[in-house]
Design a protein around this ligand. Structure first.
Ligand SMILES: [Zn+2]
Length: 437
């Protein structure tokens, strides 16, 4: 009973002093370095000049090389193991299962799990869900077939560990899922933002008000969740919606607390550095943008040291009204991969989503298309409205959209309105920006 009323999943680690957080991180880093060097050919080579015993202070961390997704892919082509190449940190017979990246940006990365590494991931997710108010007795509905993708498996196992009842909602239509969550009186949802919006649309078509379905909290995974989309989901479902950040390779490393201001870094389980975008050598100051470089300290099956996540975040400060002592990021701005240059202007698709969700509730699904026309780049937005509009309303909407897009992105968009329901719906991860150049 005492546990249920606690604000923290782990009152000890979540309120450690900054000094103690650093001490725990450095101790576990040294242990991870030794393990990685002695078990994988990849780190035996890349850390050849590093003696883990010499890593005694924070500056020593900067001497360790950064690792990117492409390095992991290359290492997995090595001779060590047919699937995990030169990156498997445990004997093959200790691998209990694997997950993989979605492969939307190339060949997938295969991530092996063991009976030691998987419970570590689940424990991390317990922190995330507890912060979002998941408690024993909640009925958690996951409206997906999870396949080999990790986030919903983590959420599933962590919900069980918390004492929730889990209802996996794979192999059902969206209508079937809505009927199911009504039948079992689900109180919590884990879904992608895209699917959260889609389910609310389908519920409305079924004559149901999503706000009255009894969902009290939602944790989103799989896609960026700009503030306006989070607010829209809260409005649609009448519940608290929480964000987190992470990836298949390092696990989730940041999460939102009830203060709903930025994300807590999940220290001391991870070392998260926020480095300047140009040189990636300098830790940025509070309020500055940087790229997150993450070292998960409990991943022996798949050791990862200074992984460049390519997530661009604005650095915050340590401490929070909620009582947690970990460092925070103020916001997640986008992905390094998503940054595009169009007619000399830096553009990120999240800016368009933020605008549409925040200021244009009448706009539903949308698609951004970038092409080269002659010598010029062009950018277009195809969009649906939630309801069919008369021609004068449509004209007003289009003109307001054009001007707000111009102000927000500094680019002139070609606008194309399509009938409601024409654009493809995404379930797991939306791909709303197509670059045809
Ligand atoms: Zn907090």
């Amino acid at each position: 009973m005492e546990k249920t009323t606690s604000r923290f999943w782990n009152p000890f680690t979540e309120t450690l002093s900054r000094e103690n957080i650093r001490t725990v991180q450095l101790k576990n880093l040294r242990s991870l370095l030794g393990h990685a060097k002695s078990t994988t050919a990849f780190y035996e080579n890349s850390l050849a000049d590093i003696d883990p015993r010499d890593v005694s202070g924070w500056e020593d961390l900067k001497r360790l090389p950064l690792v990117e997704k492409k390095d992991l892919r290359k290492a997995q082509e090595g001779v060590g193991h047919f699937l995990f190449g030169d990156l498997l940190g445990v004997p093959p017979e200790e691998v209990t299962h694997f997950r993989q990246t979605s492969g939307t940006t190339g060949k997938p990365v295969y991530v092996p799990e063991s009976w030691e590494s998987w419970p570590w991931r689940v424990e991390i997710w317990c922190h995330i869900l507890w912060m979002a108010g998941f408690r024993p007795g909640d009925r958690v509905f996951l409206p997906f077939g999870y396949n080999v993708y990790v986030a919903f498996w983590e959420g599933h196992y962590a919900s069980e560990k918390l004492g929730c009842t889990v209802i996996p909602g794979g192999a059902l239509s969206t209508r079937g899922r809505i009927e199911k969550l009504q039948e079992v009186r689900a109180t919590a949802l884990l879904n992608t933002p895209t699917y959260g919006i889609h389910m609310a649309e389908v519920a409305a078509e079924m004559g149901l008000a999503p706000r009255e379905l009894g969902i009290r909290k939602m944790v989103c995974a799989g896609e960026p969740l700009p503030p306006a989309t989070r607010s829209l989901l809260e409005e649609l479902w009448g519940c608290d919606v929480y964000n987190h950040i992470g990836g298949t390779e390092p696990c989730a490393w940041g999460a939102m607390c009830p203060a709903k201001e930025g994300l807590h870094l999940l220290e001391p389980y991870f070392i998260v550095e926020i480095l300047d975008l140009e040189t990636k050598t300098r830790e940025v100051d509070e309020g500055e943008l940087g790229v997150a470089v993450v070292t998960p300290l409990g991943r022996r099956s798949f050791p990862m040291i200074r992984f460049n996540t390519k997530d661009i975040v604005r650095k915050g400060r340590a401490g929070c009204d909620c009582g947690r002592t970990s460092m925070k990021v103020q916001e997640v701005v986008g992905r390094d991969d998503d940054l595009r240059k169009i007619r000399g202007v830096l553009f990120t698709p999240v800016a368009v989503e933020e605008l549409l969700r925040g200021e244009f509730p009448e706009v539903g699904e949308f698609r951004i298309e970038i092409e080269r026309k002659g010598a010029m780049d062009s950018i277009g937005l195809r969009f649906e409205t939630r309801e069919i509009l008369g021609s004068s309303d449509m004209k007003r909407l289009t003109s307001r959209l054009a001007s707000r897009l111009k102000v927000k992105t500094n680019l002139s968009f070609d606008l194309d309105h399509v009938e409601p329901g024409v654009l493809e719906r995404f379930e797991l991860k939306a791909k709303r920006c197509v670059d045809l150049r």
